[in-house]
Design a protein around this ligand. Structure first.
Ligand code: 13P
Length: 340
């Protein structure tokens, strides 16, 4: 066992420690502008710092949040008193993570499909992020369900890139979170979501194996097996939980350090319920937890935006509550009573 192997295993296990999950606040410039526009806040560097540092300063957040994924701008930011956001997180017991992909771009020759870019120069960027304090990283691939898609080529190109990214992360002593997101957009049913998710995950783990990625030092960020957002009869909580666990059991090797879910457009409590239902099903080969962006931030953002100064603590309380609810769901211990 090398030191690097042990270091990777230790970080990966800390990310999915019992009752803890990840806060995704790594929105790119375009995405954070969209989120701020929706609540009437201008997307300036100062406002982004104010909002994100407000979340990271929440007292007690580290009890439920193991790590937070940052965007390039954020990992370099400091508070007015000179404290870097990274040291703020370290004091709170929250591991700093960094989004390193350069976005999902139109895939040449494949209409309506995307392939994620960002491998060129990644070794050098990872070395710099490690210097800045990053302990883990994230790369998101996007798989779209539609008429005759996803294509095999799209699934394979994204799986290949995810594995190359993961290998570079581990070389740099950074735990890779690999995120092949099967989008919820569309009117597809649960079975279609199952089949596409299974094919995507199987292709990914073949590539991870071929490219010598060590699964004990890797976290999978998965989308749930769920009906399309415009489907007629959307599957209920139990069905989603069972289909998701069944799919993961079929495709994710037991050596994988953990699985965390993205929320992908589910509302806050829905995302919590789904996670809780899975964990109530009993022992799994890997911890099942959360790495939510919108489902952790939605209410907090709205409250903060209404009056960033006056509502600061109120927004923090809302975030802390959602983090605690999801922490309980990660243990299968969430309930309506706790929620209310
Ligand atoms: P959502 O939970 O809002 O889907 O975001 C998670 C994420 O990090 C997507 O890459």
């Amino acid at each position: 066992m090398t030191d690097r192997y042990e270091q990777l295993v230790e970080i990966a296990q800390a990310l999915v420690a019992p009752g803890k999950g990840i806060l995704a606040i790594d929105e790119s410039g375009g995405t954070i502008k969209k989120r701020f526009d929706s609540v009437g806040v201008e997307s300036t560097e100062a406002n982004r710092l104010d909002y994100r540092s407000m979340m990271l300063s929440t007292e007690g957040l580290g009890t439920h949040i193991s790590g937070a994924i940052l965007f390039d701008e954020t990992i370099r930011q400091q508070l007015p008193d000179g404290t870097s956001l990274v040291s703020l997180m370290e004091q709170a017991g929250i591991l700093p993570g960094i989004k390193v992909d350069k976005g999902a771009k139109a895939m040449a020759g494949f209409e309506d499909e995307k392939v994620t870019e960002g491998l060129d120069g990644l070794r050098e960027r990872l070395a710099e992020y490690a210097e800045l304090g990053a302990k883990f990283a994230k790369w998101r691939a996007v798989i779209t369900i539609g008429d005759e898609i996803p294509s095999r080529a799209c699934i394979d190109a994204n799986a290949h890139a995810l594995a190359r990214y993961a290998a570079l992360c581990q070389e740099a002593g950074i735990v890779p979170i690999v995120e092949p997101e099967v989008l919820m957009d569309g009117d597809h049913d649960l079975d279609t979501s199952f089949d596409v998710t299974e094919a995507t995950l199987k292709a990914l783990f073949v590539q991870l194996y071929e490219q010598n990625v060590m699964l004990e030092g890797l976290v999978l960020k998965a989308s749930m097996v769920i009906s399309g957002s415009e489907a007629q009869d959307r599957a209920g909580v139990e069905e989603v939980a069972e289909a998701t666990v069944d799919c993961l059991l079929n495709a994710v090797p037991a050596a994988t350090a953990g699985v965390v879910f993205l929320s992908g457009g589910q509302d806050d409590v829905e995302a919590t319920c789904h996670l809780d239902a899975m964990n109530k099903m009993g022992d799994m080969p890997w911890p099942l937890s959360f790495s939510y962006g919108r489902a952790l931030q939605a209410e907090c953002l709205k409250t903060w935006a209404a009056d960033p100064k006056a509502n600061r603590e109120k927004a923090q309380q809302i975030l802390l509550h959602r983090a605690r609810m999801n922490g309980l769901a990660a243990l299968g211990e969430w309930s309506e009573e706790e929620e209310n």
